[in-house]
Design a protein around this ligand. Structure first.
Ligand code: TMP
Length: 212
């Protein structure tokens, strides 16, 4: 008998919401409970495309806005065969940012519609659950200074948050809003509970296609 597929679990949110910490904690908790799980993150800066994106984010290079948007999307598509293989092997993937960051960040730039920004990612493997770690810009600011990378400023992050709010109105995606202002352990428990449900549901459902 073929093994049950793993779940595709995505964490999204504005900067400082604690996505990366929570992804690590979730993978550890799932593994400890005997469920195969691995973490992925986008952008994946290790590939050739990822290196172009990384240089852009570190402001070592400039790229035209449409071009970099398509590179972020290509960076997801190039990993689709690997993602599908792992999911088919029964491994749950916990993903730090996905197409939602792609659409929210580029559409926060002047002259970009959300609709155009979503198009290149249509048909990607559809997450079984997308958890949005919600934190007000005021609370995010209390967690410390932004770094030096592109997009790390509060004016742009507020625009990005508005775009995420638009994306979350889409009922075709299984969104869960998580209050990221709670302490790390409470946020983790909340995320773990949603993830366990998604893993159970995924066992009996085929992998879907995003935004189709
Ligand atoms: P991170 O590696 O710290 O998560 O940062 C990646 C940055 O790139 C972050 O500012 C969000 C942004 N981004 C996009 O603009 N488009 C995308 O598709 C993704 C995944 C991230």
């Amino acid at each position: 008998m073929a093994c049950k597929r793993g779940a595709l679990i995505v964490l999204e949110g504005v900067d400082k919401a604690g996505k990366t910490t929570q992804c690590h904690k979730l993978v550890q908790a799932l593994q400890r409970s005997g469920r195969p799980a691995e973490m992925m993150r986008f952008p994946d800066r290790t590939t050739t495309i990822g290196q172009l994106i990384s240089a852009y984010l570190e402001k070592k290079s400039d790229l035209e806005d449409h071009t970099v948007h398509l590179l972020f999307s290509a960076n997801r598509w190039e990993l689709v065969p690997l993602m599908k293989k792992k999911l088919e092997q029964g491994i749950t993937l916990v993903v730090d940012r996905y197409a939602f960051s792609g659409a929210a960040f580029t559409s926060a730039k002047p002259g970009f519609s959300l609709d155009w920004c979503m198009k290149p990612d249509m048909g990607l493997p559809k997450p079984d659950v997308v958890m949005f770690l919600q934190l007000s810009p005021t609370e995010a600011a209390l967690r410390g200074q932004f770094g030096e990378e592109r997009y790390e400023n509060s004016v742009f992050q507020r625009a990005v948050l508005q775009k995420f709010e638009q994306l979350m109105k889409d009922p075709s995606v299984n969104w869960k809003v998580i209050d990221a202002s709670q302490n790390v352990e409470d946020v983790h428990m909340n995320i773990k509970n949603h993830s366990l449900k998604a893993i159970t549901t995924a066992e009996s459902q085929p992998l879907g296609e995003l935004w189709q």
